[in-house]
Design a protein around this ligand. Structure first.
Ligand code: HEM
Length: 79
């Protein structure tokens, strides 16, 4: 996809902003939550933790936010 506006869910516009500074800093020893390549590579592990409510460590994401991440991951991980 070349036109960002035709893409319903993209990493830069929709996914990256979900990760706070605290999230990124806490997880940097494992992967960079602000990096498209890292989040794409670890998407299954990230989704499992989000869905289980065990990450972030201080609170669970709302279901709708987890659903958005899953949709992005399941539909080709658009930039
Ligand atoms: C949306 C934000 C976050 C996501 C998606 C996330 C995701 C993950 C994932 C997938 C792992 C397993 C890594 C592995 O085994 O290779 C993990 C581990 C860990 N995370 Fe996070 N994390 C987030 C935020 C945080 C925050 C805010 C903290 C604490 C300040 C934290 C602390 C840890 C710690 C201590 C571990 C290693 C111990 C464990 O596996 O439970 N994370 N995280």
């Amino acid at each position: 996809m070349t036109d960002d506006h035709s893409d319903p869910t993209g990493f830069e516009a929709d996914i990256k902003p979900l990760f706070r500074d605290l999230d990124r800093d806490s997880m940097l020893s494992h992967f960079d939550l602000w990096s498209y390549d890292d989040v794409s590579r670890h998407a299954d592990a990230i989704l499992a933790r989000l869905r289980a409510g065990t990450m972030p460590c201080d609170r669970a994401w709302p279901d709708a936010q987890v659903d958005l991440f899953q949709r992005w991951s399941d539909t080709g991980k658009a930039h």
